[in-house]
Ligand binder design. Structure first.
Ligand SMILES: Cc1ncc(COP(=O)(O)O)c(CN[C@@H](CS)C(=O)O)c1O
Length: 409
């Protein structure tokens, strides 16, 4: 695909024209949520303007149109991540968090028991960490954590030590939303499968930012959110290998997910509808398919290159300051984000002052409290990049930090 034209892309995002009392918006909080391009917004508007209807093949024209668009959106997402099982391997949820809970309840609650181990990493997002921690409490299973070293990399010797015959599930974040570390998910998948364990990859920060082929990785489950990849809020994706989803029982019951219901018992609809109880995320799912088209038009290799180049530049600029501590791997070996602390200024104050410069960054624990505890920092500030950000915006970030330093000197 042709190299990415940031200028053309920015014209698809009117929000980026926003100014606050004359100060232009510099949106650097893409790991929290991305902005939404016109074609995706148009897809939502078109749905509600022309074929809004409930799905699952009502007999009238509108329902037929909505059903086909909604079902086809599953195939489009499958294609985007290389799932050859198409819609049968793609469940639309509300967000990545719900995708992870779906496996924890529909598989974990049934399959786990005392003696079983769930291997996580110390850099897991709460969506995985708290979920598996609580399922372990309910089932008597044990959660164990692969250590993260001082540079923000997984200790793979420790991974090989932990993943053993008692391991039932490995759950690992593909790209850390705090450190920017890109984890060796193929290697971890091999380690899990050697022990007949399953592996769940949290792809919330990878699917939006790089080419992902779930079958090349051979992950059993993969989760991500539409709102971090130019889609709307309200749609997440659970990819699961077909035979696993076939074996799993639903944990949310109701209409749409059933085949036959009697007063005594019920049978379930085919995949993936078995896991989509009630009226699903229709407009959001259709818009997510549009977001896949939008990103593929740019080319995920270009998306990856652009985000990593901005993170590398930001890392280099921030490294010019001797009072800034950057979290995670070196400049040239990370995803599209940089978390950092300014020695004399709390991350919340950094964020406040950057906001006065129009610069939007995240400050806090980024839903990785145990990791921050381990790193010995209460919080961090995080700049995260996407397709519409520029080097000039990184320079604005640095200017804001220079202001913060003076204010708190
Ligand atoms: C690695 C990872 N895993 C799961 C999630 C949850 O995504 P949801 O769409 O909220 O369900 C996120 C979302 N992280 C946001 C909110 S804390 C961040 O600012 O970093 C994530 O980064």
């Amino acid at each position: 695909s042709a190299p990415l034209s940031v200028e053309d892309i920015r014209s698809d995002f009117p929000i980026l024209e926003r100014e606050f009392d004359g100060t232009p918006l510099v949106y650097l909080d893409n790991a929290a949520t991305s902005q939404t391009p016109e074609p995706v917004v148009d897809a939502i508007v078109e749905y509600y303007h022309t074929y809004n209807s409930n799905v699952h093949r009502g007999l009238h024209q509108l329902s037929q149109e909505a059903s086909i668009a909604y079902e086809d959106a599953h195939d489009r997402v499958a294609e985007f991540i290389g799932a050859s099982g198409e819609r049968e391997e793609i469940v639309f949820t509300k967000n990545a968090t719900e995708s992870m809970n779906t496996v924890a309840y529909a598989w974990g609650l049934e399959e786990l028991g005392p003696g079983d181990e769930i291997v996580l990493t110390e850099m897991e997002h709460h969506a995985a960490l708290v979920t598996w921690q609580q399922i372990a409490k309910k089932t008597g299973a044990t959660v164990r954590f692969i250590e993260v070293d001082d540079e923000g990399y997984l200790d793979m010797d420790h991974a090989r030590e932990l993943i053993g015959p008692d391991t039932a599930m490995v759950s690992v974040v593909h790209v850390s939303n705090t450190l920017g570390t890109v984890n060796p998910v193929s290697e971890l998948t091999d380690l899990a499968h050697e022990q007949d364990a399953l592996i769940f990859v949290d792809g919330a920060q990878s699917v939006p930012h790089m080419p992902v082929d779930v079958e090349a990785i051979d992950a059993d489950f993969f989760a991500f959110s539409g709102h971090k990849m130019c889609g709307p809020t309200g749609v997440g994706v659970l990819y699961g290998k077909k035979h696993l989803l076939e074996e799993m029982q639903p944990y949310l019951y109701g209409g749409m997910m059933i085949e036959k219901v009697t007063f005594e018992d019920s049978t379930w609809h085919e995949l993936p509808w078995k896991f989509e109880a009630g009226t699903p995320v229709i407009a959001q799912g259709i818009a997510l398919a549009e977001a896949c088209d939008y990103l593929d038009e740019i080319g995920m290799d270009n998306v990856k290159r652009h985000g990593e180049a901005l993170a590398e530049y930001a890392h280099e600029r921030l490294s010019e300051f001797d009072d800034i501590e950057i979290l995670g791997p070196p400049a040239d070996d990370r995803g599209a984000l940089v978390s950092f602390n300014l020695d004399t200024v709390h991350a919340h104050d950094v964020s406040e002052i950057l906001n006065a410069h129009g610069v939007a960054v995240r400050a806090g624990d980024h839903c990785t409290q145990p990791l921050h505890d381990k790193l010995g920092v209460p919080a961090s500030a995080r700049a995260s990049f996407y397709i519409y950000n520029t080097r000039e915006e990184v320079d604005k970030l640095v200017e804001g930090l220079e202001d913060a330093r003076e204010l708190f000197a």
